[in-house]
Design a protein around this ligand. Structure first.
Ligand SMILES: Cc1cc2nc3c(=O)[nH]c(=O)nc-3n(C[C@H](O)[C@H](O)[C@H](O)COP(=O)(O)OP(=O)(O)OC[C@H]3O[C@@H](n4cnc5c(N)ncnc54)[C@H](O)[C@@H]3O)c2cc1C
Length: 505
């Protein structure tokens, strides 16, 4: 990775800062400025490798490691000038049934239950064969990551919207960044080159709608180059949550007024280039909002707590309006209907914390979220900052605690397992909004070989795809924690098979 080393700092802060001020932002290519057209085979290739992997998130780096281990000569490219895409800023929660961790915690689980919940959670719009492959290989993914050097917490929990306690958190700050750091190290150790600031600008197929994929066209600096892939191309270009024109094409309601949790370069042009060579897409209007953006900054994070058990969601009138452990689409939809589309995530000190105290402190110091030793003091702060009526605020918390004591949330139906009191200080409150988070739709791929299909259902030879650029795993609504494992499972699969394709002469 020598040519990328200087630019590839991957701390979360560096990424977020980078998103705002570096050349990475200039590389964002929203659909409106993209002229997508099929790329004919060049007279002469500028470079030739076995496998070209496009994207340096979970899926791309997993594919790169596996393709290299399968014996291929691999090149990874990314249009950004830093490694990691959305993966490096993500929370890194990884879902799978894992008896070694879950049994000691008294949690019943199995790939079958994970399958059933993923299908139901996505309103049965996912591809059952693909979900089956996913749940059956998700635990292997954790073990593989552990072998590569990722350390996961000994206990699992329920990340917001996950439905069941099977989310594995990587130890170390950064979470998703911790996984990317390990994958990046493994890519470096295998001497796989990673070319940053190198944007896919077309896929080269023998004929636009026919024959095998031969390589890619890229834009690098001011030049256009053609890179031959003698075995295969793996697309791992992520989702399009930050691409307002592209996402609004499928979901006009998600216009530029909505914030996003994504890095600015989560854009959809690779899907256009794929369609130019005949690729089919699925579920493009299944776009997930997540209640994880700060009301003041409109950015992901800057909220003190993501636990939903010892917590209530209150609107600016101090009223509860939803079961805090509902599906993500329910949480987002009901929040959008509240005054100013914002709620206060109010938690006691026992709610599962997903950020280090250091990070929370930065947000507290900036006045982006709040803490106080007693509920009364917190109510006074919220009245001052957001005009929340203190009496209503305190009455809602009291009512919630009474429901917990009764053993049933007869108001909103929070599940018994998550129905826990809010009474131990210090208390926390984060003004939180929904933002565009995940694009469940994307390339239609085969369930067990990660190959891209065309609109007639035929495999496009030598073209693989994995991660958020694909569709079919999550249906209408992704369960929290299912994307990390989706990316790792299918990234690995794509890399293994791409690396074993027969080498073209
Ligand atoms: C803030 C946040 C928190 C999250 N937390 C969780 C969580 O805890 N658990 C969970 O399951 N999911 C979570 N998710 C979702 C999950 O992290 C993502 O779905 C996942 O990271 C996507 O990985 P990927 O490899 O598919 O793409 P990415 O990590 O986004 O990587 C794609 C890469 O492709 C590059 N690229 C795109 N187009 C081109 C092009 N034309 N040419 C060259 N390169 C290109 C991009 O620059 C990018 O680096 C979170 C997402 C976000 C945004």
């Amino acid at each position: 990775m020598s040519d990328s080393k200087k630019k590839s700092g991957i701390s979360r802060r560096a990424v977020l800062k980078g998103a705002a001020v570096t050349g990475a932002a200039a590389l964002v290519t929203p659909l409106s400025t993209t002229t997508a057209e099929a790329v004919p085979p060049p007279d002469k290739w500028d470079q030739s490798v076995d496998v070209v992997v496009v994207g340096t998130g979970y899926a791309g780096l997993s594919a790169a490691v596996e393709a290299k281990d399968a014996g291929a000569n691999v090149l990874v490219i990314d249009k950004a000038d830093i490694v990691g895409g959305n993966s490096v800023i993500a929370s890194g929660g990884y879902n799978c049934a894992d008896p070694e961790r879950q049994k000691p915690q008294g949690i019943e689980d199995s790939p079958d239950l994970h399958f059933a919940q993923t299908m139901a959670g996505g309103d049965f719009r996912a591809d059952p064969a693909k979900v089956r492959y996913y749940v059956d290989h998700a635990l292997d993914g954790v073990k593989w990551l552990e072998k590569l050097g990722v350390v996961f917490e000994p206990k699992v929990y329920t990340i917001v919207g996950a439905i069941h306690p099977r989310s594995h958190d990587p130890v170390n700050h950064g979470r998703g960044g911790a996984i990317i750091a390990v994958l990046k190290k493994n890519v470096e150790e295998r001497q796989v080159p990673v070319r940053l600031s190198c944007a896919l600008s077309g896929i080269v197929r023998r004929n636009p709608l026919d024959g095998e994929v031969l390589g890619v066209q890229v834009k690098e600096g001011r030049g256009v180059k053609h890179i031959e892939a003698k075995r295969a191309v793996v697309l791992a270009t992520g989702g399009f949550g930050a691409d307002v024109p592209f996402r609004s094409k499928y979901a006009p309601q998600y216009d530029d007024k909505l914030p996003t949790t994504n890095v600015p370069w989560a854009t959809g042009e690779a899907l256009c280039y794929s369609q130019d060579v005949g690729a089919d897409v699925v579920g493009m209007d299944y776009i997930q909002l997540l209640v994880a953006c700060n009301y003041f900054t409109k950015k992901y994070g800057d909220i003190a707590n993501l636990g939903v058990d010892h917590a209530v969601f209150l609107n600016l009138k101090g009223k509860r309006y939803v079961a805090e452990d509902a599906r993500r689409d329910v949480l987002a939809g009901s929040t959008m209907a509240q005054p100013e589309k914002v709620f206060l995530w109010v938690a006691d000190d026992r709610a599962a914390k997903r950020y280090t105290l250091d990070r929370i402190k930065v947000s507290l110091d900036k006045g982006l979220c709040f803490t106080a030793p007693t509920l009364e003091e917190l109510a006074a702060i919220l009245e001052g900052k957001l005009k929340v009526p203190p009496a209503d605020f305190l009455a809602s918390v009291k009512r919630y605690n009474e429901l917990v004591a009764s053993g049933k949330d007869s108001d909103f139906g929070k599940k018994d397992v998550n129905l826990k009191t809010l009474e131990k200080g210090p208390f926390w409150a984060s003004p939180t909004q929904a933002g565009v988070h995940h694009t469940m739709g994307g390339l239609r791929t085969t369930p067990t070989t990660a190959q891209v299909l065309d609109r007639l259902g035929k495999i496009i030879p030598r073209l693989y795809a994995a991660g958020e650029v694909t569709g079919g795993v999550h249906g209408t609504n992704r369960l929290g924690g299912n994307a990390t494992s989706d990316c790792i499972v299918f990234g690995r699969l794509a890399g293994q098979l791409a690396g074993k394709e027969p080498r073209r002469a």
